[in-house]
Design a protein around this ligand. Structure first.
Ligand SMILES: CCCCCCCCCCCCC/C=C/[C@@H](O)[C@H](COP(=O)(O)O)NC(=O)CCCCC
Ligand SMILES: Nc1ncnc2c1ncn2[C@@H]1O[C@H](COP(=O)(O)OP(=O)(O)O)[C@@H](O)[C@H]1O
Ligand SMILES: [Ca+2]
Length: 563
């Protein structure tokens, strides 16, 4: 609970011709209707709770956190004077300034974690008081670190190709209202944004980067930013054992893609207006990033799903159907389910030890997550010890475990991977910034059993409570596919000299035409290498988000959108 802070300004002002006691503290703007006798409502709080940081839309008292005020504007003379006839006449007679109304734009919460921009206009008895209010609110806003200048990349081909329209119609007007200036770049080809960020972009000029698109577009942004931080800091990205340097610029996601799981799992909805408001108020959500290497050669970074087998095959198949838009995943999903391919290989992993939480607990990663805070601290302390005494840390890291088998899917979920197709996600208890990834192994089983597992992604049932599924919370893992014929053959395949899906594996017992290898789905991008070494880097990037908010009693009872 926030502590009530000292009031900076208190006045009697009018809102829609009713008298209100309005007060401003460093943390809250409150307006409370003046009534001779209290207004009772059976379900609504009767009295204002100034320390409550959210707007309370009761008939009696409203309060909005200063950090959720988008802007304040003075109304033009006409509006200001029109609002209240009696004050206008007095002021005109006395020759006073007639600009006596101001409007506050602020965040209002709606259903399903969506935010909207609401506004309230206050009329003051005189212009000087109006000025004081506007100045005081602006002073409080200036003390908050909100982004003023943003670099925006739009992928015009993401999702249903609505990215530009979404940005222009829904986002740009809000940025303008909030006084945020932007430099907008519409990408011309794949990796345009990544390469621009790596080499050209003048990052010092910006307070953050915004991507308009899907998970693939977000992936381009983090690849550009992380690469740049390592090169400037003298870290070799090819060395899998090196600790990576964090990127200081926050990233905002305006969802306009096909799955948008990174946005959904960090905000709770795929709504461009909500995301724009999280950017404007300057939210900050740290996030872990996995580095993916092959033989000490850097391949990619991943923040959501690294999936071999089912999700790798769905992605490979769906890329050929890109013209269908987001529906391509449904068609490929059904097709790959029917195909029922399994893959042989060895998974080795380093379990995350001494941490809070496990992949099957009921603890969900939510705004201000204590698991992330606790484990993040633990990992940075370990990293400091590692620098002082390499040997001690190697011992405390624990032992690698190895599992060899036939798998329908090997998934590493570094976040829940919640999305509209699967509202609780691939690993519902995974955390955004706890320094771990949840390694999910789905062993070869019948089609019926695999369907049971998949359907549990869409229901409340536990997808891990099946004897062919196991899940481990890990800091690092490696995968090696079972060599098809010889190791040299595998190398040739990995260099792209063979058509993986045209190959017939003599050792595959299920049928004569099944592929020996799948591909990795890395945040929705295909990885051609099969053998990979994955390491989690704790808190490497920051998003303009705050994690999914827990609905509060006040939201349930008083939210006008919810009633
Ligand atoms: C036969 C019934 C199948 C029901 C399965 C439902 C399970 C859905 C789980 C979805 C997990 C999604 C993880 C997110 C991955 C995204 O990063 C990736 C790229 O997103 P974008 O760039 O925005 O397109 N999306 C996918 O890989 C799609 C997976 C869809 C699987 C059906
Ligand atoms: N201008 C462009 N033309 C073609 N491809 C692009 C362009 N800009 C980005 N891309 C690529 O498009 C792919 C899909 O982008 P993404 O935003 O993930 O959309 P979707 O969610 O529909 O898959 C990514 O691989 C990205 O690198
Ligand atoms: Ca994509």
């Amino acid at each position: 609970m926030e502590r009530p802070s000292r009031l900076l300004l208190v006045s009697e002002l009018r809102v829609r011709n009713s008298a209100y006691d309005v007060s401003l503290s460093r943390s809250l703007l409150t307006w409370k209707r003046r009534t001779s006798s209290p207004v009772y409502h059976p379900f609504r709080p009767r009295f204002c709770v100034p320390s409550f940081p959210r707007r309370q839309a009761s008939g009696v008292c409203h309060s909005v956190s200063v950090s959720e005020i988008i802007s304040v504007r003075e109304e033009e003379e006409e509006n200001g004077c029109k609002d209240d006839g009696s004050w206008k006449k007095i002021n005109e007679r006395e020759g006073k300034d007639c600009r006596q109304a101001f409007t506050v734009l602020y965040v209002e919460r709606c259903q399903q974690h969506r935010w909207r921009c609401a506004e309230v206009s206050f009329t003051c008895p005189e212009g000087a008081l109006c000025q004081r209010w506007v100045t005081s609110i602006r002073e409080q806003l200036a003390a908050i670190s909100t982004p003023k200048q943003l670099l925006v990349y739009i992928n015009p081909y993401s999702g249903k190709k609505h990215g530009k329209h979404i940005y222009e119609q829904k986002v740009a007007p809000l940025f303008a209202l909030a006084g945020v200036t932007t430099h907008v770049i519409v990408t011309e080809h794949a990796n345009y944004a990544r390469d621009h960020l790596r080499t050209e972009a003048e990052l010092k000029k910006f307070d953050g980067v915004v991507c308009v698109g899907g998970d693939g577009m977000f992936s381009e942004i983090i690849h550009g930013l992380i690469w740049r931080s390592q090169i400037y800091g003298g870290v070799d990205p090819n060395c899998a054992d090196e600790s990576l340097l964090p990127s200081s610029l926050r990233i905002g996601i305006i969802p306009a893609g096909s799955t948008d799981c990174i946005c959904f799992a960090t905000v709770g909805s795929n709504d461009p207006v909500t995301s724009a408001l999280h950017i404007i108020v300057g939210d900050s959500q740290p996030m872990d990033v996995c580095s993916v290497h092959h033989n000490n050669t850097f391949l990619r970074y991943s923040v959501s799903l690294l999936g071999y087998g089912f999700y790798g095959d769905v992605l490979t198949d769906s890329e050929r159907k890109r013209w269908m838009g987001p529906a391509r995943y449904d068609l490929s999903g059904v097709k790959m389910f029917l195909t029922h391919h399994y893959y042989e290989g060895t998974v080795s992993y380093l379990p995350a030890r001494g941490i809070m939480g496990n992949p099957r607990d009921a603890n969900r990663c939510r705004s201000g997550c204590v698991v992330c805070q606790h484990n993040g601290r633990l990992i940075s302390e370990k990293a400091e010890r590692y620098q002082m005494d390499e040997e001690t840390d190697r011992e405390s890291e624990g032992e690698w475990k190895t599992i060899r088998g036939k798998f329908l899917a090997i998934n590493a979920a570094s976040m829940s991977c919640a999305c509209p197709r699967s509202p609780k996600g691939l690993s519902p208890a995974a955390h955004l910034a706890d320094g771990t990834t949840d390694l999910i192994l789905v062993r070869k089983c019948s089609r019926f059993d695999f369907l049971r597992h998949l359907l549990r992604h869409t229901s409340k049932d536990d997808q891990f409570d099946l004897n062919f599924v196991e899940v481990h919370r890990v800091r690092r893992f490696c995968f090696t596919p079972r060599p098809c014929q010889s190791d040299s053959d595998l190398d040739l395949r990995e260099n792209g000299k063979h058509q993986i899906f045209g190959q017939i594996c003599r050792n595959h017992p299920a049928c004569g035409c099944a592929p020996a290898y799948s591909s990795w789905n890395c945040d929705g991008e295909i990885l051609t290498h099969k053998a990979i070494d994955v390491r989690v880097h704790s808190n490497l990037i920051k998003l303009f988000a705050r994690g999914i908010e827990e609905p509060t009693v006040f939201d349930d009872l008083t939210n006008p959108c919810a009633i």
